[in-house]
Structures are given as structure tokens and as C-alpha cells.
Design a protein around this ligand. Structure first.
Ligand code: NAP
Length: 529
């Protein structure tokens, strides 16, 4: 089987040894191998910083935005191949592959457009100049300039396309070269995308490198102006945080980790209301899209205690209709987990939750379509329930990264919010109600502990973007357990890859920071988010 090469220092280089096998998630056969052994990472990073960084910094934001559009066009041309890889290596049905592949392209195109409006400068202002002296003769202007390091993107296995592109777009737009390290299990798709981009020669030399395989030594050559954008488990983030790159050399680290996200049915949303139906629909969608392997998926469902049983029945009835198995069969709605290792982890999680909860929908008896249960990484949905959510710590602590959620009753709105916070910081919570006063107050009350509060009233049922869908216009990330990081949120995302500095000077010098360009009618590029 092909050993996927690394692209470092401007060259394709094979790692030493046999490498690690990547497998078809349903059939189990090997699809590729990866190895990063023997790669000269210090030289690779120097090349990215010195060659790629210098080239990107020399471009204006508008020129970099053009690069993003060119990259998106290349990927668009090869889209069918990505769907094929995704079906094999991730075991996803077409709709679920789209979340990763088309979601990534959408994000790239969004930043291409937003960046074009940033104008003909390579740096940006951050707010207006403010006076430091009584007569305004001495001012302070904050500016954002690209960091002179590289961006190391360390990604999770569940989004080999979107995870790469949602980080790459703001990093390139900010003027920073990147080295991507995809999760080993699904590195094939990221590798193919990188190969297509490099073959098309649409980026400056050194702007894009890829290392596939073991992460051994990955952080050691990082230097103070580098940035690491990490997505993965809280356990790995904790290992990273202790590395000398961050502890001693102040390398910037953004961490997006796992999260026990919640959905809350409002006190007014009785069975039979539109809000009730919206929650049931959204929970089932979140549990089954990508087999529940989304960091934003709903893991905890909080409902008024009077409607606990009806909610359980409504969700279970829909889950029973989910066909699970080989994504090559068109009757299959939900494919597999990403591989057998993940299958074993999810089975262990099911046993743990099953030990402290009631089982409200048991997918273990579901027959798989066209898939061998001894080989395929398929797991049917499981809905658990606990009537005492205060005393059942595990449901707030254990993220089972599969089609799994737990239902729990609450006494009143304050109790619901307390339970939502038991996730110790989450990426997203969603609220379902027709009571706008309740929703406004609850959204603000939960904003401190959630990166995003997704509010569903009947009037937005058809246009809402989905609890688990991460839109580039909105912030992604969450405090505490969710990693404490921030991504996306429009042009706010560039801030991770740029350095803020205050220029203290006379008004004439401040005006000279961003001289008007012939093709740039606007005054200094504003920091629009
Ligand atoms: P993981 O095991 O933590 O791995 C994440 C990445 O870190 C992989 O590329 C992995 O490489 C790399 N890595 C592991 N140890 C490392 C080390 N010591 N130094 C540097 N890199 C290291 O997570 P995963 O299993 O791939 O992903 C699933 C988790 O990600 C879930 O918990 C999910 O909630 C979370 N997630 C969060 C978000 C979000 O935006 N918040 C999005 C998606 C997923 P190898 O694969 O080679 O080990």
C-alpha cells in the first residue's frame, strides 16, 4: 500500500520504516500508510518561516484572499475524489462527508470574500487611534501584523477536511505559513487535498507543508513566534500545555477540545408544540450525523421533568428508523465510526454510561446493512437517561464520541442552567422555546460557559443553521473543558495568527502607517469582524 509522503522544506519526503496503516472503516482493509519518522522538523519549520512566511507577509490582505479563492477552486475541481476517500477512510455516507468537505470549502470561500474587503495592506488597524496627550499631539494606534513564525495545525480525526481548512484560511489570510499535522487515522483526505493544492502551484513556496504520522518531536522545534492551533481531546491538550514550547518559550496555543454540549427544552415547550418537535428533530440529527463524531454534537438533553417520558419516546421512535451500515449502500443513513480503535472506545463508554443510566434506546440489537459487525466500526445510536442528573456525575464528564446522548429532567429554568454548566465549559448549547423573554435571559446567563448559544424559536425553524454546524461567521470554541480556545467568528480569527502592537507616535506618523493606495479608496483597513 502507498506510503503517503510528507511535504517539508519544499519537497515530498517519505518517512522511514513501514509506517502506520490507515484502514477502510467498514471493510477493514488497508487504504494507505503514513510515516513521519526521520523527518528533519527543525529544517522544515525554518523553511516554512523563512520562505513561506516572507512570501505571505509581502502580500496584501486582498492578495492573500485571492490565494484562498484559488485554493478553493482547486479543491472544488477534485471534490469527487474527496468524497470517495471519505467514504472509505471515515466510513461516512455522502451527506456526512459533505459536512466535512463542503463545510471546509464554504469556510475557505467565506474567508476569501471577507479578506478581499480588508484592502491593499499587509497589516491592519485594531480600533481607532486614541490620544495620549491633552492636545492629541501624541497618539496610540493599535495594529495587527502577521506573526513571523509558522502556524502548526494539529487536527482531530473527525474533520480531516474542515478541520484543516477552517484553520488554514485565517492563517494564510493573516499572512502566516502553515504546517498541517492531520490525525493519523484519517490523514489520507488531508494529504490528498494538500497534494492537489501543491500540484496546482497556487500558493507561494513554503506556505503549506504537511507531516503525516506520529507526532513524536513535533513540538520540539517550535520557537516563540510560532502558533499552534490544536483540535482534539482534552487529554492530549493537557499533554501539550505542559510542553516546554508553551511553558518556557511562550509559543501561542489555541486548543479546541471535547465538550459535553447540551440542548434545553424550554419550560413552555410541551409535547405537541413546534419547539418540542424542533428539539426532537435536532437531537436525532446531532446523534446520527457523522455517527455522532462531532465535537459540537448534543450529548446532554435537558427537559422539564413532566415531559421526560414523552421526550424519550419521541427521540427513540426516530432513532429506530436510522439504518446503519456500509455507506456504499444507498439505503444506509448512518455509516460507521472512523475505525475499530474508536469502536472499542465507544463500546467502553456505552458500558460506563449504561452502568449509571437507564437505556432508553438500545442500538446494540440493530442489524447492520452490508457490514460485518466483527469488522466494521459501525455503532447504532444509544439514548440513555437519568432521573437524577445532579447525582450522576458521569453524564456531565464522559464524552462518548459516537451516536450517544443522555436525557435528563430539570425542575425549573435555573436548575436547567446549572445542569448545562456541569459540562465545565462547552462549545455550544441550544434552546428550544417560543418564549422570547425566557430565551433572551437564558442565552445571556449561559454565555459565560458556552462558546455559542443556539436559540431556536418556531419562526427560525426553517432557516436556522443547526446546533452542531460551525459557521465561519460565528465564534467556535468554548471555555474550560472545551479547551478555552477561540476560532472563526469572522475576521476575529485572524487575531490568533497576527500580533497586536501599539504604535505611539504623532498624528502624522500614525497617518503614515497605512498610506492610501491608488486602488484602495478606503482609509486604514478597519478591523471588521
Ligand atoms: P486526539 O487523540 O487528542 O488527537 C488529536 C491530534 O493530536 C491528532 O492529530 C494526534 O495525532 C495529535 N497528537 C496526539 N498526541 C500528541 C502529542 N503528544 N503532541 C502533538 N500532537 C499530538 O483526538 P482525536 O481522537 O483525533 O479527536 C477526537 C477528539 O477531538 C474528541 O474528543 C472531540 O471532541 C475532539 N474534537 C474537538 C473539536 C473542537 O473543535 N473543539 C473538533 C473536533 C474534534 P495522532 O492522530 O497521530 O495521534
Amino acid at each position: 500500500m502507498d506510503l503517503l509522503k510528507n511535504h517539508v522544506g519544499g519537497q515530498w519526503i517519505a518517512g522511514h520504516g513501514d509506517g502506520i496503516a490507515l484502514r477502510d472503516a467498514v471493510l477493514g482493509n488497508e487504504v494507505a500508510r503514513v510515516s513521519s519518522a526521520g523527518i528533519d522538523l527543525p529544517a522544515a519549520y525554518r523553511y516554512a518561516r523563512e520562505t513561506g512566511g516572507a512570501a505571505l507577509r509581502a502580500l496584501t490582505h486582498a492578495q492573500r484572499a485571492r490565494l484562498l479563492a484559488d485554493v478553493a477552486a482547486v479543491l472544488q475541481q477534485n471534490r469527487d475524489a474527496y468524497y470517495d476517500i471519505s467514504m472509505q477512510n471515515s466510513g461516512t455516507v455522502r451527506n456526512d462527508s459533505a459536512v466535512d468537505i463542503d463545510g471546509g470549502l464554504y469556510t475557505l470561500n467565506y474567508y476569501a470574500k471577507a479578506g478581499a474587503a480588508l484592502g491593499q495592506h499587509s497589516a491592519r488597524t485594531d480600533g481607532d487611534a486614541v490620544s495620549l496627550a491633552k492636545d492629541k499631539a501624541f497618539q496610540s494606534q493599535h495594529v495587527m501584523v502577521p506573526t513571523r513564525g509558522l502556524a502548526l495545525l494539529i487536527n482531530a480525526f473527525n474533520f480531516p477536511s474542515w478541520g484543516f481548512l477552517e484553520k488554514a484560511a485565517p492563517a494564510w489570510l493573516a499572512g502566516v505559513p502553515l504546517v498541517v499535522k492531520p490525525a493519523t487515522a484519517t490523514a489520507w483526505l488531508t494529504h490528498q487535498m494538500v497534494k492537489d493544492i501543491l500540484d496546482a502551484k497556487v500558493l507561494p513556496e513554503g506556505a503549506l507543508s504537511i507531516v503525516c504520522g506520529s507526532s513524536d518531536g513535533l513540538l520540539d522545534p517550535l520557537s516563540p513566534f510560532d502558533v499552534v492551533s490544536f483540535t482534539g481531546s482534552a487529554a492530549t491538550a493537557s499533554v501539550l500545555r505542559r510542553h516546554a514550547a508553551f511553558a518556557d518559550r511562550s509559543v501561542r496555543l489555541n486548543a479546541e477540545t471535547d465538550s459535553l454540549n447540551s440542548a434545553i427544552l424550554g419550560p413552555d415547550a410541551a409535547p405537541g408544540t413546534e419547539a418540542f418537535d424542533a428539539l426532537v428533530r435536532e437531537v436525532v440529527r446531532e446523534m446520527t450525523v457523522k455517527s455522532g463524531q462531532k465535537c459540537t454534537a448534543i450529548r446532554r438533553i435537558l427537559v422539564p421533568q413532566a415531559w421526560y417520558d414523552e421526550t424519550a419516546q419521541a427521540i427513540a421512535a426516530k432513532l429506530a428508523k436510522t439504518t446503519v451500515g456500509n455507506p456504499r449502500n444507498e439505503s444506509v443513513r448512518m455509516g460507521s465510526l472512523v475505525g475499530r480503535a474508536q469502536y472499542d472506545t465507544v463500546q467502553a463508554g456505552l458500558r460506563e454510561l449504561g452502568g449509571v443510566c437507564d437505556t432508553l434506546f438500545d442500538g446494540s440489537g440493530v442489524s447492520l446493512v452490508d457490514a460485518d459487525p466483527a469488522v466494521a466500526a459501525c455503532v447504532a445510536p444509544h439514548l440513555f437517561g437519568t432521573r437524577d442528573a445532579d447525582a450522576t456525575d458521569l453524564v456531565h464528564d464522559l464524552e462518548v464520541f459516537g451516536p450517544v446522548a443522555t436525557l435528563m429532567p430539570y425542575r425549573d429554568a435555573a436548575h436547567a442552567n446549572d445542569l448545562a454548566r456541569r459540562g465545565h465549559g462547552s462549545l455550544v448549547t441550544s434552546l428550544y422555546s417560543a418564549d422570547t423573554a425566557y430565551l433572551g435571559a437564558t442565552a445571556l446567563d449561559l454565555a459565560d460557559s458556552h462558546g455559542r448559544v443556539h436559540v431556536i424559536t418556531p419562526d427560525v425553524a426553517k432557516v436556522q443553521t443547526g446546533h452542531g454546524n460551525v459557521m465561519p461567521q460565528s465564534l467556535h470554541g468554548g471555555p474550560g473543558r472545551a479547551g478555552g480556545g477561540e476560532e472563526l467568528g469572522g475576521l476575529r480569527a485572524l487575531g490568533l495568527y497576527q500580533r497586536r502592537a501599539a504604535i505611539q507616535a504623532s498624528p502624522d506618523v500614525v497617518a503614515a502607517l497605512f498610506p492610501a493606495q491608488a486602488s484602495d479608496a478606503s482609509s486604514p483597513p478597519a478591523d471588521r469582524n
